[in-house]
Design a protein around this ligand. Structure first.
Ligand SMILES: *Cc1c(COP(=O)(O)O)cnc(C)c1O
Length: 436
């Protein structure tokens, strides 16, 4: 049965509560309803096409309806959709774990599955905490995270979050977080804190190279490697949240590779399944794995697991996505596209209301400001970022801002032509909204 656009819009507004959305605003306008897609393009129920400028919230990699991934899921569907990993192994989850260990930074040898980025980080935090408790570091109960950190929306991942707008209201529910000084000051200010408090600190969690939801904030070069060294010196576990930056987003498979860093724990999600199905993984080292081994009665077990952990359909999609990376040399082909995107961004820097343009590979943030010389920002309730993104839709581009930061994060498969259309539309819309 085919529903009309109007029927779907009515049903959505009657029954659905959307994420990160002020529903009062949502209810004021008929929503755009996506029905299909192909490559970097989304199509709505009226047949209008749009470039998917943020990879369906940062997760799509090789495009929508990639025949190889579609086929892998169909093939798995002919065998089984789901069986539990509590007490059983399954074929795709086993093969994917081997593959992830092979491509991950050297030394990460164990894979713990879950379903999304928030849980992948919660698992990393719980593993780090429990590891310390079980290996003589019982005083190590706290975590450090960066200003503007974003690690997900569940209570544990919010606890290490640093975005007041999202996180402040939940403070009474959260565990204590030690905020790191801004990375722009280098590693030394953090070293001072760590030197005083290392016996209390279990781990430090960071988004390597580019802090995403905090507003596309680039990490200074060398900081990640310095942080690795600091953690090693003080016996603190380093947790790399590669949920956004993993799977080619920064030009390398994992962002940690840029600084030859192996974290103690690495959280993966978003791009893991190619952007097809909810799937996450927390990778860790043999040292941490062994800290959980013992006789049953010692209760060193990691008592954690979700119903759909290691879901075979999602793992089959992930395997197919990783095969495309190898067969098509996706990362080699990405390098010239990253350069093309960088060239396209040059002219944005000359706009009177663009304060800053940050880029790390295929991750871009364009910060809108009221005054470029003083970097005075707009009153956020004026919704400049949102207004730009509403306007781009009328020109066939779907993007979603972070406050007044315009985010461009297209699928890695985007064509050169689409990669000029996308910034072109965004440029004109920024001009129209900020210079009227
Ligand atoms: C999106 C994101 C998360 C949360 O992932 P979900 O799948 O939305 O739970 C965590 N960390 C980073 C860096 C992210 O970008």
């Amino acid at each position: 049965m085919k529903y009309s656009t109007e029927q779907l819009q009515r049903l959505d507004r009657q029954y659905v509560w959307h994420p990160f959305t002020q529903m009062k605003d949502w209810l004021a306008e008929p929503p755009l309803v996506i029905e299909s897609g192909e490559g970097a393009v989304l199509r709505d129920t009226d047949g209008n096409e749009y470039i998917d400028g943020v990879s369906s919230l940062w997760c799509n990699v090789h495009g929508h309806r990639r025949p190889e991934i579609d086929q892998a899921i169909r093939g798995q569907l002919d065998r089984i959709a789901h069986s539990t990993m509590l007490g059983l192994a399954n074929v795709p989850a086993t093969l994917l774990a081997e593959k992830l260990v092979r491509i991950a930074p050297e030394g990460l040898t164990r894979v713990f599955y879950s379903d999304d980025g928030s849980t992948a980080n919660e698992i990393a935090l719980k593993l780090a905490y429990q590891y310390c408790q079980q290996t003589g570091g019982t005083g190590k109960t706290k975590f450090i995270s960066l200003p503007e950190a974003y690690h997900g929306d569940t209570i544990g991942s919010v606890s290490v979050g640093g975005i007041d707008l999202f996180h402040a209201v939940y403070r009474p529910l959260l565990f204590e977080r030690i905020p790191a000084p801004p990375p722009t000051g280098g590693i030394e200010p953090l070293r001072e804190i760590v030197e005083q408090r290392d016996s209390e600190i279990a781990g430090i969690i960071v988004e390597p190279l580019m802090q995403g939801a905090g507003g596309m904030i680039e990490m200074p070069k060398g900081y990640l490697a310095d942080l690795r060294e600091l953690c090693t010196q003080h016996d603190i576990l380093m947790i790399a949240d590669e949920v956004a930056v993993g799977f080619g987003r920064t030009g390398r498979m994992f962002a940690c590779e840029h600084e030859n860093v192996t974290p103690d724990l690495m959280a993966l999600a978003k791009g893991l399944s190619g952007g097809y199905l909810p799937l996450a993984a927390t990778l860790t080292t043999e040292r941490i794995f062994e800290g959980f081994l013992g006789d049953y009665g010692e209760t060193k077990t990691f008592f954690h697991g979700h119903t759909y952990t290691g879901n075979p359909l999602a793992c089959a999609a992930a395997l197919a996505s990783l095969e495309i990376f190898e067969r098509e040399r996706t990362l080699e082909k990405l390098a010239p596209k990253i350069n093309l995107l960088a060239q396209q961004l040059e002219r944005f820097k000359r706009l009177p209301h663009v304060g800053e343009v940050s880029q790390c590979g295929f991750m871009v943030g364009i910060r809108l400001v009221r005054d470029k010389t003083t970097m005075e920002h707009y009153d956020w309730t004026e919704r400049h970022g949102a207004r730009v993104c509403e306007l781009t839709r009328r020109h066939g581009v779907i993007i979603r801002p972070l406050g007044d930061v315009i985010v461009l994060m297209p699928p890695l498969c985007i064509t050169a032509e689409q990669l000029t259309t996308l910034p072109g539309v965004v440029y004109r819309c920024i001009k129209e909204v900020t210079e009227q």
